[in-house]
Write a protein that binds this ligand. Sequence first.
Ligand SMILES: *Cc1c(COP(=O)(O)O)cnc(C)c1O
Length: 430
Amino acid sequence: MAQDHTQGIGTRCVQAGYTPGNGEPRQIPIVQSTTFKYDTGAGMGALFDLEAEGYFYTRLQNPTNDYVAGKICALEGGTAAMLTSSGQAANFFSVFNICECGGHVVASSAIYGGTFNLLAHTMAKMGIQTTFVSPDCSDEELEAAFKPNTKCVLGETIANPALAVLDIDRFAKAAHNHGVPLIVDNTFPTPVNCRPIEWGADIVTHSTTKYMDGHGTAVGGAIVDSGNFDWMAHADKFPGLTTPDESYHGIVYAERFGQGGAFITKATSQLMRDFGSIQSPQHAFYLNLGLESLHVRMPQHCANGMALAEFLSNHPKVESVSYPNLPGDKYYDLAKKYLPNGGCGVVSFCVTGGRATAERVMAALRLCAIETHVADARTCCLHPASTTHRQMSDEELMAAGVAPGMIRLSCGLENTEDLLSDVAQALEQA
Ligand SMILES: *Cc1c(COP(=O)(O)O)cnc(C)c1O
């Protein structure tokens, strides 16, 4: 995928990934077909052997998905990318592609509840152990988390819902010192506000369900490879990429597809083949519509987030506010470094009176709807302790930065004054 990285982020949002030829459709075609026709069996056989490039079955690849993956690849500044059926699938694939039974992961403890469950419980059952470290841990603590069988480090640029900012530079250096890649889930800031690859991340993942779609339309995910990690230099750690794959007649991914293509080709040809978590072409089309305005929407989400954070930080019924771009926030310095143009529209705050008051505030909101969602055009809110994070013990909750009285409010694209007056009247009533 040749990308023009000199273009502005907005131009890439609108135009990257698909360039129609003369007389071809202006909007990306939805290739609503499960399969593709070939003239000879031998021609199709070459695809099965990964000797030729092309489409043969939509469980592995579809042109519509590839146009959109190409756009996300250009936005993040990567060398290859793929879409998945969900953000969960993206994070699972990104880890499992290089970390199998007997492997070990170092992960930030401040991550999305679903990713925490995936690593702490489901992947543990597959024989993959995870050591969680606070994103604020000391260099010594981070160092101590690594083991000889560590295969990757994982964190979120802005953690959902704790809103901790990952020191990407520091985590990347630690990962690289141990010969493993850093995987960063960049869902919240999107590449409009932060491009983790520029700070040393090797693999970037997304729940495209959030801002990228942005309209609450389609669940989806994406994985982008920076092409910067030298698998061959650490061949003993990553045999899946550096030794023959018997399910493809002995192909060695890192040799055949190079540093820039090996990771995504392996994830597509093994994991998509076997797990089948493909995004539907129809969803990819919706996702692309969202991406076309991502650079226009993000500043408004951020402006609303900042206005709400400022309002809440001066409110007597509010104990604490987390918003990385708010001066005085614990993560303000990291936000200045990694998110100088804004982070996201999500604000977390704790009301005085804990869980009970939080529930009353939620019930009194009119414009802000209670939803298990964030990053939508419409403002929505959630009480994590009783919903997304309810499987966690109190200790795990605190480690993930989730207090019982915390409300996560995702500012949409409404007029700022309407949003503020809704929150004001809800706090007044509670
Ligand atoms: C929502 C979310 C996910 C999971 O994505 P789905 O599309 O819901 O599967 C992963 N990471 C982060 C940061 C998220 O916000």
